[in-house]
Design a protein around this ligand. Structure first.
Ligand SMILES: O=S(=O)(O)c1ccc(O)c(O)c1
Ligand SMILES: [Fe+2]
Length: 360
């Protein structure tokens, strides 16, 4: 018997476009995102601040909204046309997840949109129309030494990376890199729609939680300036991990924690992934150069801490524990635990194994 139920096509996602973070102290957040990171204020009032980076011309890439509990309010993907907003509504109604159509202006600066609680438990919006504002790409008179160019990606903590990968592949995302072990347990994956390493990254852990929001800069020295600026205002403790060079993505990176503990990554450009046969890179979870190319340890908080996410009624989502092995355990806590090279004195001259971090 033919199956007459034709699966509606997925929306044509262009890129990760904006995030809404709920913050408990708007003034403290403004001091971090505007005074230190230098993001441009498109609009602000007593309840929210709308921010954009220097290469962006849409109304905002980040909304900071005052609220009682620090959490992720929403992640938004831009789709290729107004028709794709309709496609999103059809696709998710057919999928049977909670779907809401909102009018233009439901979010300041954003046109008509569809909001969902996606199959992974995240609050997601698909939009096309948005207000255009001045693009400051070459307003070097306004750029600080730590100028941020644009929003680059979202990193999501999910209990099962393969399940989340399958869902994002159903939206047409492709995998650029992932981290596995010899039993094929998948610890993380990076997936893209725009021609860079990722728009969304999936980190295996208790979820749904937001691991981080990442912004791109043009140059590594801009990350260094942000570190120096934090030192100058005696807030160097906002630096959680890095600066360093990623193995995965090859980007130069810096992780910061904002006044509410939300994790923000600042990340230089990675590499082009736009050809249809772009090969996937798979890293061994025991390769200590996978997350930091020079093998610097990954601090335990980077593996364990993340922001809760809200549902469409602004209630915190319940967390599901990861059932599979956890990367922090498998690499015996922080990194620095690596393969020895065959014949290494550390390996007693024997075959490739991996040394324990406490061994010199
Ligand atoms: O730490 S990893 O090299 O795996 C990494 C690569 C790219 C990212 O955006 C990230 O957050 C983390
Ligand atoms: Fe990242």
């Amino acid at each position: 018997m033919s199956n007459n139920s034709i699966q509606a096509p997925p929306p044509d996602v262009v890129r990760s476009a904006y995030a809404e973070l709920i913050v408990t102290d708007l003034a403290a957040s403004r001091r971090f995102y505007v005074d230190v990171l230098g993001l441009v204020v498109t609009y602000e009032d007593d309840d929210a601040i709308y921010l954009r980076a220097f290469e962006e011309y849409l109304h905002h890439c980040l909304v900071l909204r005052r609220g009682p509990v620090a959490a992720l309010g929403r992640l938004a993907y831009r789709v290729r046309s107004a028709d794709e907003v309709d496609a999103a509504e059809m696709f998710y109604r057919e999928l049977g997840v909670r779907t809401e159509r909102v009018p233009a202006g439901a979010e300041r600066g954003i046109g008509e949109a569809v909001r969902i609680e996606d199959p992974l438990g995240f609050p997601i919006e698909f939009f096309y129309a948005a207000d255009h504002v001045e693009r400051f790409t070459q307003r070097y008179d306004l750029h600080g030494a730590g100028a941020i160019a644009r929003l680059d990606h979202f990193n999501l903590v999910v209990p099962s990376v393969p399940e989340a990968r399958k869902y994002y592949e159903s939206l047409g995302f492709k995998v650029s890199e992932d981290i596995q072990d010899s039993d094929s347990t998948v610890y993380a994956a990076w997936m893209y729609r725009k021609s860079t390493v990722h728009d969304v990254a999936l980190t295996g852990g208790d979820g749904p939680r937001l691991h981080h929001i990442a912004f791109a800069t043009q140059e590594a020295h801009q990350l260094m300036h942000i570190c120096d600026h934090l030192g100058a205002v005696r807030q160097s403790d906002r630096i959680e991990r890095g600066p360093g060079r990623h193995g995965v993505s090859n980007a130069f990176y810096l992780y910061l924690r904002d006044p509410d503990g939300h994790r923000i990554e600042i990340y230089t450009h990675d590499y082009y992934t736009g050809d249809p046969d772009n090969p996937t890179i798979t890293w061994d979870v025991h390769d200590n150069q996978r997350r930091d190319w020079w093998g610097n340890a990954v601090v335990p908080s980077w593996y364990s801490e993340a922001s809760p996410v809200l549902d469409l009624d602004r209630r915190p989502r319940p967390i599901t524990e990861r059932a599979e092995a956890r990367e922090a355990d498998v690499t015996i806590g922080a990194d620095g635990f690596s393969y020895t090279r065959a014949g290494d004195a550390l390996a007693g001259g024997g075959p490739v194994g991996f040394k324990l971090g406490e061994q010199v």
